[in-house]
Design a protein around this ligand. Structure first.
Ligand SMILES: *Cc1c(COP(=O)(O)O)cnc(C)c1O
Ligand code: SF4
Length: 445
């Protein structure tokens, strides 16, 4: 039936290029070391697997492109004939990524400015991000950290890890350490084990999290050796970078089963990408497939203002539309939080459609996903929480200057003022023009 309906101008379907891995024995194919060693890096290697477009050829021939290295397993998921294939678009460059866009920044999240030492980003009061490697199993074209990821000659050293761990050990408010990179699961298990052991020896580190894309790019890597290492360090959480339901192959499902069976709570983080997953139905399908594999959607990121990612950016309205299409329509625990990671180091800011329509002393007016408008009656006899006699309030951790808007609500602070606000508003009657500057300053005091 499809053949009959095919548009006449559509090019005839090309066959798959000769599959270069046809004779690879299963034992090798399933060996992650073989997968890593045989990653596709050059235009010649890629041309054996997919029909390259002129735009892909330009990008692959450019000396300036961000690193390309695609494990044969992940390459085998690409559609050889479809330049818009969502798997292919994530890892094969196009000429678009060579073109700078107006708002782009070198380090859009200002991570370097928030680093007390190489590889450690301390932005939030009680948790830190620890970058432990510059290597990944493959390289996402829109990577936020492309400024430091992918360079085979730049690597963190043992001394860097020790300095990072020493900082955490001497900073008692850090109770949650997020290990990322690069991809921590590309490290030798021994090196990863040492870092995890170092963190676990710090009594105030309650939770360790790993951010990774290895289960997607290289599911073969989730082997017994790695699992046995990870399960020693509970509570250990893992967030896996998933963008599209097509990434969840039987191999990936097997890897997720091993991780979940090892007691590791699994989350997913996605980046909203034009032409890849900027569709409520794709995101719904991704969510359902993740939940079936015991992975809970965690964040959906607005694409960062990073070089090479311009053509992947969507308007923020697309993210709101996706959130609108998920809430109420599917399991609540299948809905990620949509965030903008604010430029200049503002951190993750949640963005939602509005559900609160209006409010009075007695009632709140809300709407649901169907557009049904309802009221919630406020209590008339609410006794405010007794902060002074609440042991949790009395013992709550100090957040230094980071209490923010919560401090306004609690009355600890009365205002948050933009830089220069007081000076701007310290207005004086105009002075006689002839008065010299120094004298005028004296008059003011
Ligand atoms: C994302 C991030 C974290 C963790 O944030 P959560 O909202 O707790 O997941 C911590 N530090 C930095 C620098 C981050 O970018
Ligand atoms: S896996 Fe993560 S760090 Fe590595 S290239 Fe992709 S987005 Fe960047």
């Amino acid at each position: 039936m499809e053949d009959i309906e095919r548009e006449p101008e559509e090019p005839p379907a090309k066959g798959r290029p000769p599959h270069p891995w046809e004779h690879v024995p299963a034992a090798q194919w399933n060996d992650w070391r073989w997968q890593l060693a045989n990653r596709l890096k050059s235009i010649e290697q890629l041309a054996e697997v997919i029909h390259l477009t002129p735009s892909e050829e330009i990008a692959l021939q450019s000396s300036k492109h961000f690193r390309v290295a695609i494990p044969p397993y992940f390459a085998s998921l690409m559609d050889p004939n479809d330049p818009d294939c969502p798997i292919r678009r994530q890892v094969v460059p196009t000429a678009d990524e060579l073109v700078p866009f107006e708002a782009e920044m070198e380090d859009s999240l200002a991570e370097d400015a928030h680093s007390p030492m190489p590889g450690l980003v301390h932005r939030y009061p009680d948790r830190v991000l620890m970058l432990v490697t510059t290597q990944c199993a493959s390289y996402c074209r829109y990577c936020t950290r492309s400024r430091l990821v992918g360079d085979a000659h730049v690597q963190f050293s043992q001394a860097d890890y020790q300095r990072q761990i020493a900082y955490i050990a001497s900073t008692p408010q850090v109770r949650d350490v997020l290990i990322s990179g690069g991809d921590p699961l590309t490290m030798p298990v021994k090196a990863l084990d040492q870092i995890l052991a170092g963190l676990r020896s710090i009594p105030h580190v309650e939770v360790i999290r790993i951010g990774t894309r290895v289960p997607v790019f290289l599911p073969q890597r989730i082997d017994e050796e790695l699992i046995n290492c990870l399960r020693k360090y509970h509570p250990l959480w893992m967030n896996i970078h998933f963008n599209h339901p097509k990434e969840i192959s039987p191999e990936v499902e097997a890897a997720l089963t091993k991780l979940a069976d090892a007691g590791i709570p699994l989350g997913s983080q996605s980046v909203l990408l034009a032409g890849i997953n900027d569709c409520p139905n794709i995101m719904m399908e991704l969510s359902h497939k993740l939940l079936r594999n015991r992975v809970r959607p965690y964040y959906l990121y607005q694409c960062d203002l990073v070089h090479g990612a311009g053509h992947f950016r969507t308007p923020v309205s697309k993210g709101i539309e996706i959130m609108e299409a998920l809430r109420g329509h599917t399991s609540g625990f299948g809905i990620p939080t949509y965030v903008i990671d604010a430029p200049a180091g503002g951190g993750k800011i949640p963005i939602l459609p509005n559900y609160l329509l209006s409010m009075s002393d007695s009632r709140v007016v809300v709407r649901n996903y169907e557009g049904f408008i309802s009221t919630y009656s406020q209590p008339t006899n609410y006794r405010p929480h007794d902060t002074k006699n609440c042991p949790y309030c009395q013992n709550s951790a100090s957040e230094g200057g980071q209490k923010g808007v919560a401090a306004l609500l609690s009355g600890e602070r009365l205002e948050i003022t933009p830089e220069g606000w007081h000076e701007t508003h310290h207005r004086e009657a105009p002075e006689p023009v002839s008065l010299p500057h120094r004298q005028r300053a004296k008059v003011i005091r």
